[in-house]
Design a protein around this ligand. Structure first.
Ligand code: PLP
Length: 414
């Protein structure tokens, strides 16, 4: 569908979005929107997110233009915000869910179970049973023990064998230490599935999240091809699904990743007819769609050093610094302390430390970061805060990440 007026209509009416206020912005109108929220809605000065649905639409277009062959199944764990999920559903995305609760939240948006893959290679029995009840009939596995559980609770489920990608592409978060059958494990696993009369329809892999070297896709697609051939040699029914997982980022490098995938598919699966290619992008859709505004709640001056405390941190949205190895950036937004120059253009900058609100020294968001001389009650705005942020935040010290509000905006990205 992409960024047509029709898809905007679909998003506005989507479950999770419907009934919520969406503010239309010019392409560069985000800062002004954040200022208006600060001045009208945030006397309490709580942190808040802005989700730009125009960015989500533009990313969906970008995916469809560069990699039309791979149907996206958005990885819910990356950011389960209901309006975001609803928008993706309206645009036609499928969903990668890893747990019963993730399946429930996607189904509650009216998504049909056929658009969900239960892409967790190790699932609790009760979750498998639940998937069977609601008709989620596609999952992944990488062990005999998992096959036994599936045989017992959901024998009609179609299976993708998750293989370990030969390379992790220099990923920020490699996944190969935890998941994926090794080459020598593939034949015994296929035989075990065959003996249990379970249906294996294809292969999945994940080269790791935040990958840098896209040849990892090529290596993994080549390894998948070998599994397809092994299954044929064992006389199994023809496999027809290839799941290339996630690992994509949305910047200019996406075109390169997409070309690498397309070229590898040409090489290893030249007779594409009948092959369904799916992907599980998380970061690609979520990262740049969310912006976080935090309030400066404290300040200390030590010589030329400026130290600030803000009301979100490592135990909240910025857990991405620890878990996702993210490097965050921020921009100052002054309130009453400097109304004539709210973005502090050309102001003198000081080496600054930015702390989160909890009483743990680990809760440090930025060090040696250049910022102007700011005051308590000014704001710091963090762009690109949608991937692996609020999703893994905690309640530590009474700072409740899940209570952070999200305001919806729509900027025309064309
Ligand atoms: C986390 C995860 C994803 C999403 O990965 P990104 O790097 O964010 O695209 C996709 N598939 C599976 C199985 C995952 O565990």
């Amino acid at each position: 569908m992409g960024s047509s007026p029709r898809s905007l209509q679909a998003i506005v009416g989507a479950p999770g979005v419907r009934g919520k206020k969406i503010t239309a912005l010019s392409k560069d109108g985000l800062t002004a929107f954040i200022q208006s929220i600060i001045s009208t809605k945030h006397e309490m000065k709580e942190p808040f997110y802005v989700l730009d649905l125009g960015v989500v639409m533009a990313l969906f277009d970008k995916w469809a233009r560069n990699l039309p062959i791979a149907q996206p199944f958005y990885a819910v764990k990356c950011n389960p915000n209901p309006a975001f999920l609803g928008a993706l559903a309206a645009l036609g995305s499928g969903f990668d869910c890893a747990s019963k609760a993730e399946i429930e939240s996607v189904l509650s948006l009216g998504v049909s179970p056929g658009r969900i893959i239960f892409a967790n290679p190790c699932k609790a029995e009760s979750h498998i049973k639940y998937a069977a009840t609601v008709g989620v009939n596609l999952t992944t596995f990488d062990s005999k023990e998992e096959l036994e559980k599936i045989k017992k609770w959901h024998p009609k489920c179609a299976l993708l064998i998750r293989i370990k990608a030969p390379e992790d592409g220099g990923a920020r978060c490699p996944l190969g230490l935890k998941y994926g059958a090794l080459p020598e494990e593939v034949t015994p696993l296929l035989q075990a599935a065959q003996a249990a009369r379970l249906t294996i329809t294809g292969v999945s892999f994940h080269i790791g999240s935040g990958a840098m070297q896209f040849r990892a896709y090529r290596e993994a697609i080549s390894a998948a091809k070998i599994v397809f051939e092994t299954a044929a040699r064992l006389g199994m029914p023809k496999m027809d699904v290839l799941n290339i997982g996630g690992g994509f980022t949305a910047g200019p490098q996406f075109a390169e990743a997409a070309s690498t995938v397309k070229a590898a598919l040409q090489t290893y699966f030249p007779h594409k007819s009948g092959l369904t290619v799916i992907a599980e992008p998380g970061r690609f859709f979520a990262e740049s769609a969310f912006t976080l505004a935090t309030n400066i709640i404290g300040k200390r001056v030590r010589g030329d050093l400026r130290e600030y405390w803000i009301n979100d941190g490592i135990y909240g949205s910025m857990n991405c610094i620890l878990y996702d190895h993210a490097v965050v950036t921020c921009m100052p937004l002054t309130g009453s302390s400097n109304r004539s120059n709210p973005t502090s253009k050309e102001a003198r900058s000081y080496d600054s430390t930015v702390f989160g609100p909890t009483c743990d020294a680990l809760d440090t968001v930025l060090k040696g970061y250049p910022l102007p001389d700011l005051q308590v009650n000014d704001w710091l705005v963090f762009p690109n805060m949608g991937a692996y942020t609020a999703a893994a935040g905690s309640n530590f010290n009474g700072f409740n990440t899940s209570a952070i509000l999200t305001y919806l905006a729509y900027s025309n990205q064309n």
